[in-house]
Design a protein around this ligand. Sequence first.
Ligand code: PEP
Length: 260
Amino acid sequence: MSTAKIYLFANWKMYLDATESERMAKQLAAYSKRLPTAVETVIFPSSLAFQGVAKAAKGSRLGVGAQNVYWVEKGGYTGEISAAMYKRAGARYALVGHSERRHLFHESNHETAQKVEAVVEAGMLPVVCVGETASERAAGQTEEVVEAQLRAAYSTVVWPLKKNPIIAYEPVWAISHGTGKDQAGKYCEPAEAEKMHHFIIKIVHDLLPAAPEPVVLYGGSVRPDTVTDYLSEPNVGGVLVGAASTVLSSWKTIIADALK
Ligand code: PEP
């Protein structure tokens, strides 16, 4: 791991409704009080569940983040929620450029830049998600694609000096929404993730030279039985977990294993 702190982020996507989210958040808030300060656990509930989850997490060490934001502060933007509104509701982080946003909802690199800027301006930290598709990987374009995503995401932001940039490397083919595996039926090997994390840190240093050390989380079918394999790589600063974070027992096992 690259930093003393371990970042364990749970992306609940659209898996849990508001009642289920609040129930699990209450249990995780209580659990977070027993965790060492060296671990940062953050959940990203749906927008519908956000306020109830933020209320459940209040006063605990459980952080709450937004899955997506809009960059304009307020106005006629049906269906959107601004970064500033999330900040006022208690969010400390926001995912930006998640592959499901990019590929299912056609979010462009330019839009991710606007979101990164809005999230920072609102006083939160963007978790910039990057990663290549299976066909880009097969064509040997992984580094090129990830570098372009990073360069675009940080192209306009004025970075707050004391905040570590947080990036999630999530190979699209490794996310469990699809098969979670490559064409040969293999999960993303920790060594392959490590190589990309090293590359991402180098690029982000170049893009934000005055910022503190970037932290790169790995995401893509992380499970209780694989989390320590990823975290034992030197440039893996934590994990962003989807499906396996939505079941209380599996998420608590991931946290406990990460602390071993
Ligand atoms: C994600 O989409 O952020 C993710 C990592 O999902 P999963 O863990 O389900 O592959």
